[in-house]
Design a binder for this molecule. Structure first.
Ligand SMILES: [Mg+2]
Length: 442
């Protein structure tokens, strides 16, 4: 059996932990740079606010209904996520953190009343963290995801749903939209529509040969999982990332090298922390900065700097040094930079990586020990930082600003956790100027 614990409207719920008077009231949380709604409480959803709606488009709804608007406080959400995970660890020896607000629990070998267990996990998460969590338990991960969604839809389930009897599963799948099934993406859905598949049950009812032929192994696995046959093991999803990108849009354009360098160094530091977290080392890095392409009259640039690191490393200092050099190379006076980022590529697992014959292994060992110490300082600091302290870190010259309706003042976004992960889009044709610098690590 598998359980999926999914925090309800996670970012909005985290904000409510510290503002309990907002329970039952519409709350939204904005993306970096206060652009779009990225989390909505149920009350905000009921007002018709959609995921990703830009604030300027929903301003009328927000003002008319006194929606509480928060700037994303990603350091807080990361911390709350760790607290929820701590509670979950008490219920299974094997937990897999799937995203900031979701974790799978392997319940193999646990012999309890699973319906009561699901409700107890949810209740305990609420008691210890004040975050509402929906817990679905089912024979496969895909079905556990569906079970947790049922908890959100039906409050009488009290946050826990155990779904195992074939007749119950069939009843649920007959009503469950295929596009909401974990593993069925938009492209796959387009194909399914041509086959007349609307619900999860329609998909399960397709012949096995059709599924294998049209949707290959991933689609076939989902099909089997919906039938109650586990195919996605716990370790399947712990595959390390191949690229790590930390980037951010700035609330105000940056036109000084010092300020841009400060941001880029923070991005590099954050990216290396992620790199080290998955025990990888990297052989290449790209630093990029771009102007605001919507400002038609301003000079436009998409500048990037490609750095090769011949003897792969995961040393904070090496990456920060190269990021700063890259930033200096790509920066041009007279341009207002709206977004910048660092992409670390060519990742390989540290264990088993064969260094060059001429590498100074003693120096590498020393560097590795130093970086490990830096990691432990980071960890200690993130646990000790009081609420609010982490937010101002790295904000540099970013000005304090006030969120729209809530009147809450914040000191910019934290440098490390407000950044978004994404794959760098190599298409730069839309920009008028493209500077590109390439050099070898010294
Ligand atoms: Mg969630």
């Amino acid at each position: 059996m598998y359980a999926l614990a999914d925090c309800n409207n996670f970012f909005a719920s985290c904000e409510r932990v510290f503002r309990p008077e907002l329970n039952g009231k519409p709350v939204i949380v904005l993306s970096n740079n206060d652009g779009c709604a990225v989390a909505r409480s149920n009350e905000a959803k009921a007002l018709g606010i959609k995921m990703g709606d830009p604030l300027f488009k929903i301003r009328d709804i927000v003002e008319k209904n006194h929606v509480a608007v928060f700037s994303g406080n990603f350091a807080l959400y990361g911390d709350m996520s760790r607290r929820v995970q701590e509670v979950l660890r008490g219920y299974s020896p094997s937990i897999e953190v799937y995203s900031i607000d979701e974790a799978f629990l392997d319940l193999d070998g646990i012999d309890v009343d699973f319906d009561a267990y699901a409700k107890e996990i949810s209740r305990e998460c609420w008691r210890q963290t004040s975050v509402p969590v929906s817990v679905g338990i089912a024979p496969t991960k895909t079905l556990a995801k569906i079970a947790s969604k049922l908890c959100k839809k039906y409050p009488k389930l009290k946050g826990g749903c155990y779904m195992w009897r074939p007749q119950d599963i069939e009843k649920v799948l007959r009503k469950f939209p295929a596009e909401d099934v974990w593993g069925i993406g938009r492209r796959m859905m387009r194909k399914l529509e041509t086959l007349g598949v609307r619900t999860a049950w329609d998909y399960v009812s397709l012949p096995e040969t059709t599924v294998r032929m049209l949707f290959h192994l991933p689609g076939y696995r989902t099909w089997k999982e919906l039938k109650g046959i586990p195919c996605i093991e716990m370790e399947d999803m712990i595959e390390p990332r191949k690229t790590i990108c930390v980037s951010r849009s700035f609330s105000k354009e940056i036109d000084s090298l010092q300020e841009l360098s400060e941001q880029v160094a923070n991005f590099a530091e954050s990216a290396v922390t992620k790199l080290r977290g998955q025990n990888s080392i990297a052989l290449e890095m790209v630093v990029f900065a771009m102007t605001n392409r919507f400002k038609e009259n301003a000079p436009q640039a998409f500048s990037r700097c490609h750095v090769v690191i011949p003897d792969g490393t995961a040393d904070h200092r090496v990456f920060i040094r190269h990021a700063l050099e890259g930033c200096r190379d790509l920066f041009r006076e007279g341009y207002g930079y709206k977004k910048a980022g660092v992409v670390i590529t060519k990742l390989v697992q540290e264990d088993g990586y064969a260094h060059s014959l001429f590498s100074d292994m003693v120096a590498l060992e020393k560097e590795s020990r130093l970086s490990t110490s830096i990691d432990s300082i980071h960890t200690a600091r993130s646990f000790m930082a009081p609420r609010g302290a982490e937010r101002s870190r790295g904000a540099g010259s970013t000005r304090a600003r006030t969120t729209r309706r809530s009147g809450r003042t914040s000191l910019g976004h934290p440098s490390t956790s407000a950044s978004s992960d994404e794959i760098l889009n190599p298409t730069v044709g839309i920009y008028n100027v493209c500077f590109s610098v390439c050099y070898q690590s010294r």
